[in-house]
Design a protein around this ligand. Structure first.
Ligand SMILES: Cc1cc2nc3c(=O)[nH]c(=O)nc-3n(C[C@H](O)[C@H](O)[C@H](O)COP(=O)(O)OP(=O)(O)OC[C@H]3O[C@@H](n4cnc5c(N)ncnc54)[C@H](O)[C@@H]3O)c2cc1C
Length: 383
């Protein structure tokens, strides 16, 4: 088997996103993070670069690329900053992808072009205040009334749901009872500004502080019956598919953060002196950074493998869960060690590693906790 190398198109994309991240994102993102402000101008520039349309066909305004291209872009963004990366990840793999995968021709034509340009953002409303890992337990309800759905309930922690350019949220709701007595789940498109749909104030978060996250409430929200996404009763299968893919994207984002920790640690260890030497000359520091590089590298191979399987059309659920598990744990480990390498300065928000430390934890939680990934892997082994 030849050694793995990216082909020229992937490599050119990786390089252009790397330049954007270092030249446009790195100098300004700390300020947005401190102010918990959403970086609209960066999003606009990412839209111009075509990042929001990467995996979508040109007929809908996309770039005609694939999901692996999206993952490469996420890795390079997260190597510098995770708020910007999660904004792209949630917009594409959670926001636009359900419309592309399950929408009618009319829904795709209506929503995808602006989403692909990054001029509008869509959000994915699955998690509820009372149901996260157990998402199929959803309590939000939607009832058909004439030719409208009437939705009541709430959603928690929804990314990109409250920006000035958010155009819709796809809401998973209980629409009936299945023959086996379980809840019938369906997905419904709720456009921003629909009466009764309220975006609550943003959360005060530990990390991802320049990304947008809100609780959403639905109080007799009425949308046309035609806003059903795909078939009635397919909501469970739909969100499983979106989350399986999304785990590869989150793994790529986590690898970026893990690699960013290596970059910053190598840089700092080459400058900082203690006991008359650069700290990078101490083997204890070298070993920490060597372990960090080994974790980032192996996690990258795991997400490349999962993405490759997905693009080949073969089962990838287990590999996606493995990639998400090992990459998020690599990110968390590397953030802890990179902060240690930086000593007291690592605890100061002006240093990127402080942001990495605050941003790493949620990677072990969002789009399925590490426990959920282990459950998926164990189940795939017949346990
Ligand atoms: C910043 C942020 C952004 C997010 N963005 C979105 C979004 O855009 N859209 C969306 O729908 N959701 C979003 N989420 C929600 C996220 O996916 C959930 O938080 C996550 O799935 C966990 O659900 P929970 O918070 O309800 O935790 P719980 O499900 O209550 O879990 C609590 C703990 O119990 C453990 N646990 C639960 N069940 C089991 C079990 N059977 N076996 C072993 N352990 C178990 C969990 O692993 C965890 O450690 C976001 C979350 C955050 C923090």
């Amino acid at each position: 088997m030849p050694h793995f190398r990216l082909d020229d198109d992937y490599e050119a994309l990786r390089q252009s996103v790397r330049e954007f991240a270092t030249e446009a994102v790195a100098p300004v993102i700390g300020d947005f993070y401190e102010r918990h402000a959403f970086p609209y101008e960066l999003v606009r520039q990412m839209g111009k670069m075509g990042l929001f349309g990467l995996p979508f066909p040109t007929e809908y305004g996309g770039e005609g690329g694939d999901y692996f291209a999206l993952c490469l872009a996420l890795e390079e963004l997260a190597r510098v900053d995770s708020s910007v990366a999660i904004t792209l990840e949630a917009a594409v793999s959670l926001g636009a992808m359900p419309i592309y995968r399950f929408g009618t021709a009319e829904q795709k034509e209506r929503w995808l072009p602006a989403l692909c340009r990054g001029e509008a953002l869509a959000a994915f409303g699955l998690t509820e205040p009372g149901f996260g890992s157990d998402a199929a337990g959803a309590a939000t309800r939607a009832a058909l009334d004439g030719d409208s759905w009437v939705i009541n309930g709430s959603k928690a922690f929804i990314t990109n749901s409250g920006t000035d350019i958010t155009c819709l949220v796809t809401v998973t709701a209980v629409t009936g009872v299945n023959p086996d007595g379980s809840k019938e789940l369906s997905t419904i498109i709720v456009p921003s500004g629909t009466p009764g749909f309220t975006v609550q104030p943003g959360y005060s978060k530990v990390g991802w502080c320049a990304s947008d996250t809100h609780e959403l409430t639905f109080d007799d929200v009425r949308v046309p019956a035609a806003n059903l996404l795909g078939e009635r009763g397919r909501g469970f299968a739909q969100f499983l598919r979106i989350l399986d893919e999304g785990r590869i994207a989150i793994a790529a984002l986590a690898v970026g953060l893990a690699q960013g920790c290596v970059d910053e640690s190598v840089r700092y260890a080459g400058q900082r002196e203690a006991f008359g030497k650069r700290i990078g000359e101490f083997q204890a520091v070298q070993f920490k950074i060597a372990d960090m590089e080994a974790k980032a590298h192996t996690a990258r191979l795991a997400y490349y493998d999962a993405a490759g399987r997905m693009l080949d059309g073969v089962p990838f659920k287990r590999q996606a869960a493995i990639a998400k598990l090992v990459a998020s744990e690599a990110a968390m480990d590397n953030a802890r060690e990179a902060t240690q390498v930086h000593g007291g300065y690592g605890f100061m928000n002006e240093f990127p590693v402080a942001r990495f430390y605050r941003d790493a934890k949620v990677l072990e939680i969002g789009e399925g906790t590490s426990e959920v990934q282990r459950m998926i892997i164990a189940r795939s082994l017949g346990l």
